[in-house]
Write a protein that binds this ligand. Structure first.
Ligand code: ADP
Ligand code: MG
Length: 459
């Protein structure tokens, strides 16, 4: 954000001094994720990609960052604020996390952390079971694979690699496996943790010089689950250590389950040998939920929380909230709260009102750039061809598809869209939209293709 260009510039300057002021380790593990967000009323706001990073950086480094900012930046900075820039998280998770820590609490946390760093892994959510997981076309492979791992006496495939976008049920499935294995074989040592947690325990072990204990701990489990490994894909030391742990466990014939937001092949930062080993077992992707799945998840969750809504309300939510099941659940809770407040069942208009922010936030997420990338990937053409003047059919149709999807999924006007596609005229965009609509009617395979793309883009 550049609401205040000079503050943004002074932040850029300050940022370059961070490695030297905090050391390369702290820089590369934590501080390099900081981005400038805004500066107003003496408050400098920086952002990080995850709530965990927010808490960690706030607790450990915000005081020093503030002191440094006061020295290095020209602005009169009174306070420093660090927030989580991932919309899905900040919208639905910040409430659930502890409030920003004051100094006393920070000390507590540091102490608890030191004690716990070799204790147990993350707690499992009792709601994340197989029974509570609604299966549909988009997640049936991942579900079947998870069940297989949980029920099998011998390791069926190693590792199981689950991938898919945010909020589509990866963590839910991992916890479900843990519960099921624990029930079937209580003696098995199961460890579930996020890749970030793996990273920070590893870094701690280096700092406290007990890497041996760290290694022992991870290499003595029967089932290791590491969630969201994309977070360590480009962190050299942690990634190496993770890979050693991984190999050691595979050699000892222990089951490993990994999740990420991308396929092994697309994990940037991982070397080829790692990617091929991560993908060497079963790779199961979870697609964005279909309308039918969204609808049945909503109905299930509503029953769980003792809520009963008219069918058209479920239909409305399932149509408008398409990207993320966590958001879908959040929407249901909002409707529930709203209906309690007004003391009667909500109408569609009231539902739309109660969800206006959620719907707006989700619409904002689809950008032209994102659509162009996805479509280029899908048709296997270069991103540059979205804006190039090439006229061969192999690039013309994908380009038209992208224009069509931008028109469908964003509020952009035709001239605006034209500008983003290599300065084309708005009539060209209109022609593209008509052409694709036409093709969809005539070719059902093509139509399916476009629908799939639209869904992966959250439309
Ligand atoms: P991810 O780890 O992929 O980001 P989560 O596993 O945290 O997603 O899922 C987000 C939320 O959506 C959780 O509350 C989870 O219970 C719910 N959820 C996801 N998929 C399903 C499903 N198929 N059935 C029921 N709930 C689901
Ligand atoms: Mg998750």
């Amino acid at each position: 954000m550049t609401d205040n260009p000079s503050a943004a510039e002074s932040w850029d300057r300050m940022r370059t001094t961070l490695p030297q002021n905090f050391g390369d380790g702290v820089w590369s593990s934590w501080l390099r994720h900081l981005d400038y967000h805004s500066f107003a009323d003496g408050v400098l706001t920086l952002s990080v990609p995850t709530p965990f990073l927010r808490d960690w950086v706030t607790t450990h480094y915000s005081a020093r960052l503030l002191t440094l900012a006061r020295q290095v930046m020209e602005e009169d900075i009174k306070r420093l604020n660090i927030y989580c820039r991932d919309a899905a998280w900040s919208q639905f998770k910040t409430r659930d996390l502890p409030p920003p820590k004051n100094v006393a609490a920070a000390d507590e946390l540091e102490k608890a952390d030191a004690e716990q760093s070799f204790g147990t892994a993350s707690a499992l959510d009792p709601k994340f079971t197989f029974d509570n997981f609604v299966v549909g076309k988009s997640n049936e492979l991942a579900f079947a694979a998870a069940r297989r791992v949980a029920d099998a006496d011998k390791i069926p495939f190693n590792p199981l690699f689950l991938y898919g976008g945010v909020g589509l049920g990866k963590t839910h499935l991992m916890h479900a496996i843990a519960w099921a294995v624990n029930k079937r074989a209580p003696n098995k040592r199961i460890m579930y943790l996020s890749a970030e947690k793996f990273m920070y325990q590893f870094i701690r072990s280096i700092r406290f010089r007990n890497t041996i204990a760290f290694k022992d701990k991870f290499r003595s489990v029967d089932l290791l689950m590491v969630d969201d490994v994309q977070f360590i894909a480009d962190r050299d030391a942690t990634r190496e250590e993770f890979f050693h742990t991984f190999n050691a466990l595979v050699d000892q014939k222990r089951q490993i389950i990994i999740s990420a937001d991308k396929s092994p092949d697309d994990l940037k930062g991982m070397e080829e040998r790692m990617r091929s080993r991560l993908g060497g077992g079963l790779v199961a992707d979870i697609h964005p939920a279909t309308y039918e799945l969204r609808l049945s998840i909503l109905q299930n969750k509503a029953t769980d929380i003792g809520l009963s809504l008219e069918d058209k309300i479920y239909d409305f939510i399932a149509r408008r909230i398409t990207t993320n099941i966590r958001v879908l659940e959040g929407a249901l809770h909002k409707i529930s709260a709203h209906s309690q407040l007004i003391g009667k069942p909500v109408s569609v208009d009231e539902a739309a009102f109660a969800l206006r922010d959620v719907i707006k936030a989700q619409e904002k997420q689809v950008t032209i750039d994102h659509i162009q990338r996805r479509v280029a990937e899908h048709f296997n053409i270069r991103l540059a061809d979205m804006v190039s003047s090439r006229r061969t059919r192999t690039v013309v149709v994908p380009r038209q598809v992208a224009m069509y999807l931008v028109k469908q999924l964003t509020p952009r006007s035709l001239p605006e869209i034209g500008r983003h596609f290599g300065n084309r005229d708005h009539t060209t965009v209109m022609h593209a939209v008509n052409k694709i609509e036409d093709l969809k009617v005539r070719d059902s395979q093509f139509e399916e293709d476009i629908e799939l793309l639209r869904r992966t883009l959250g439309g």
